[in-house]
Design a protein around this ligand. Structure first.
Ligand code: LLP
Length: 420
């Protein structure tokens, strides 16, 4: 990939300084055009089911719905979000699929009441749904016994993963579904496959094996999510053609064995929104600790948790308020405002603090943390009593507020001090 610039003045053609002045910082800014571009690249799949856990703002859901994406939900809250964003509860293919390893009481109630399709990741889910809603069609999320992921915390298959029905228990799961009057119409494997094609080929053959064991009732297979994006300059963009072909071959094999069409779904989160999202933050202090230069900004891991949780790398650029682009570069550590030593954006897995080569900057300049659209805002918190930040969507050259900044009052809303 071409080297990214470490100085910028705009996001999707809109001046960053004016965005910061209008909406305040820290601020998430999303570019609708990038989401469209990424969605269009995936149109070969019969269904692109957006994994909204990556970024579930109603405006983003609505944009993807209008593009033709269906949606995945992992909680009652995400089902409600999808409904509010205009997705119908039921249909063929199901507009909303609830994929999880458990039902909490709210989600079970909601899927039963609204007729939401369920992708079961445990035999207890089959049992609980079957008892409440016999006659339903379900899909099964299978753990094929191996996994892959960008870090130990995101590995989603294998014996230490909690996700999916263990492949060796397929027979029991099918018998249980049958007894409860549920029909298994599809299979799902999300094992964080990334762009390792050797690994992906293993997943495809595991899918074939499981599908043949289930038989011709299988009408849908889902490749799950996990499509990677290039966070670093050295990361390659995934070869989507090759990715599709591997899954398509599996689908064709099933179609010819079963004698009917098999729908191929993909369930990306990151791929659709990561590159569209930017976290805009203001530099509030520049200091030296011995030889180390720190830029301390007003965003912390309460806004973007990926660096502290996974040692994740995000590109960073400086927005010079005075528009002077002739700046020397330094090795810098970028940290946030939280009262916590780990509140550092430039760190590797295991909490090792590293430096980033960035242009000289001063208090009042802005930093843009890039590729932050997926698992950014949604993993934010109120830690240190910081209000959740605002979100803005730029579409057609127009920035629009899609979530206002949380107020201080909202921080303690719902709390009470016991009387007497
Ligand atoms: N489908 C299922 C069943 C999933 O569990 C996930 C992600 C996806 C789809 C979407 O995966 P994606 O295409 O976005 O990679 N917080 C972590 C990622 C956790 C992913 C959890 N499951 C991060 O910031 O990297």
């Amino acid at each position: 990939m071409a080297e990214r610039k470490t100085l910028r003045c705009d996001i999707a053609g809109i001046d960053v300084v004016s965005l910061a002045e209008q909406f305040g910082t820290p601020l998430y800014v999303y570019d609708a055009e990038t989401i469209r571009l990424r969605f269009n690249e995936l149109r070969k799949f019969d269904v692109v089911r957006y994994a909204q856990k990556a970024c579930s703002n109603l405006a983003i859901l609505s944009l993807l719905r209008q593009l033709g994406a269906l949606v995945d939900a992992v909680s009652a809250g995400e089902i409600h979000r999808a409904l509010v964003a205009g997705y119908p509860a039921a249909g063929d293919p199901p507009p909303i699929v609830y994929t999880a390893d458990i039902f909490d009481r709210d989600s079970l109630e909601l899927v039963v009441e609204k007729g939401i399709h369920v992708n079961c990741g445990s035999r207890d889910m089959i049992q609980q749904l079957g008892e409440r809603a016999p006659g339903r069609e379900i899909t099964l999320r299978i753990n094929p016994g191996f996994g892959h992921g960008h870090s130990r915390k995101t590995n989603t298959g294998g014996e230490f993963s909690k996700h999916g029905i263990w492949f060796k228990e397929l027979g029991e799961a099918l018998a249980q579904a049958k007894e409860l009057g549920l029909s298994v119409t599809g299979l799902h494997m999300h094992i964080g496959s990334g762009s390792d094609f050797e690994h992906l080929a293993k997943v495809c053959s595991a899918m074939e094996e499981v599908a043949f064991a289930v038989g011709p009732s299988v009408r849908t297979i889902s490749a799950g999510g996990g499509l990677p994006i290039p966070y670093r300059d050295s990361d390659q963009r995934i070869d989507l053609e090759r990715y599709f072909e591997l899954w398509n071959t599996t689908r064709r094999k099933l179609e010819s064995a079963f004698g009917h069409l098999v729908r191929l779904e993909i369930e990306p989160g990151r791929y659709l929104v990561a590159e569209a999202g930017y976290l805009v933050t203001e530099i509030r202090a520049v200091k030296k600790q011995a030889d180390n230069l720190f830029y301390l900004v007003d965003a912390g891991f309460n806004n973007l948790a990926r660096p502290v949780m996974y040692g994740a790398y995000h590109p960073i650029s400086v927005v010079p308020r005075d528009r002077n682009f002739a700046r020397p570069e330094y090795d810098v550590i970028v940290g946030g405002p939280l009262c916590e030593s780990g509140d550092i954006f430039t760190q590797e897995e295991g909490g090792v603090v590293v430096t980033r080569r960035l242009p000289q900057a001063s208090v009042g300049d802005y930093l843009v943390i890039e590729c932050a659209g997926a698992y950014g805002f949604v993993m934010g918190s109120n830690y240190n009593a910081k209000p959740l930040c605002a979100e803005v969507l730029i579409d057609g050259g127009r920035p629009q507020l899609i979530r206002r900044r949380q107020s201080y009052r909202e921080l303690w809303e719902g709390e009470s001090i016991p009387q007497g």
